[in-house]
Design a protein around this ligand. Structure first.
Ligand code: NAP
Length: 244
């Protein structure tokens, strides 16, 4: 079975990917080992192999260690660069502390950069790899700008889309497809972490489809992009957002 690394695989969207993927999985997490081990147990119960690996994706050496640990399951052929944070603040740009912006850029941009680069160094035929597929997780915030909420976070997600697009073109002829998924509002703990647990329910009224999304609905889009049915898809951004 091919090996999939999911950053931030212990909760929310990443955990749904781990549960539903047709791969052996590396469940990466930053701090909550119990949540990661619980996802590992569910994956193993479904007959697949899984390991939990702690690594802060913003730290280059920890991402190197993550991919080294993943190799214990076999060659990595798939990556979901999912770990992301809001800086745990909401507000206008003129209210956001620079430290929150710095952390968002470290995790959401530098972290994705570290992971995409580590994966390509293993998957690309240019580096002796057998190919693979990568999905980066951005947000429809990248297009909406998210005024009054988290423009700082939205900007980081626009960077993710551009980085993934450029990389996709670089490695398209090297056996590696790179795509981005842009979720809308999804029912996870991310909103509570930013101080607004009621956000998914509240925004249901303005989301054209009439509700927030569930993590599994995003995971299915990610798994389509990773899988053989998307064999001619690279450099794409797929919104999974109920029209929001
Ligand atoms: P979540 O429920 O808050 O889970 C975040 C996950 O990322 C956890 O597994 C967490 O692990 C991990 N993580 C956080 N910082 C990390 C770091 N520095 N290194 C490694 N792992 C780290 O988030 P989510 O809502 O599922 O979001 C997943 C992705 O979708 C993010 O990129 C987010 O921006 C994006 N997204 C979410 C929504 C939404 O409405 N929920 C909408 C659009 C886009 P620990 O628990 O161990 O810290």
């Amino acid at each position: 079975m091919s090996v999939l690394v999911v950053t931030g695989g212990s909760r929310g969207i990443g955990a749904a990917v781990c549960r539903r993927a047709p791969h052996d999985v590396v469940v990466n997490y930053a701090g909550d080992a119990a949540a990661a081990e619980s996802v590992v147990a569910e994956v193993r119960a479904s007959g697949r192999r899984a390991i939990a690996v702690r690594a802060d994706v913003s730290v280059e050496s920890e991402v190197d260690d993550l991919f080294a640990a993943a190799a214990e399951l076999g060659p990595v052929t798939a990556l979901v660069a999912n770990a992301g944070v809001t800086g745990e603040v909401r507000g206008r740009v003129d209210e956001v502390p620079a430290e929150a912006m710095r952390r968002v850029l470290e995790v959401n941009v530098l972290g994705v950069f570290h992971c995409l680069r580590a994966a390509v160094r293993r998957m690309s035929t240019r580096h002796g790899g057998a190919g693979g597929a990568i999905v980066a997780v951005s947000s429809t915030a990248a297009k909406r700008g998210s005024p009054g909420e988290w423009a700082h976070y939205a900007a980081s997600k626009a960077a993710v889309e551009t980085l993934a697009y450029g990389l996709a073109l670089e490695v398209a002829a090297e056996g590696v497809r790179v795509n981005t998924i842009a979720p809308g509002v999804v029912r996870t703990e991310l909103h509570a972490a930013a101080g607004d647990p009621g956000r998914p329910d509240r925004l249901g009224a303005v989301i054209p489809i009439g509700r927030a999304g569930e993590p599994e609905e995003i995971a299915d889009g990610i798994l389509w992009l990773l899988g053989p049915q998307a064999s001619f898809v690279t450099g794409a951004v797929l919104p999974v957002s109920g029209g929001f």
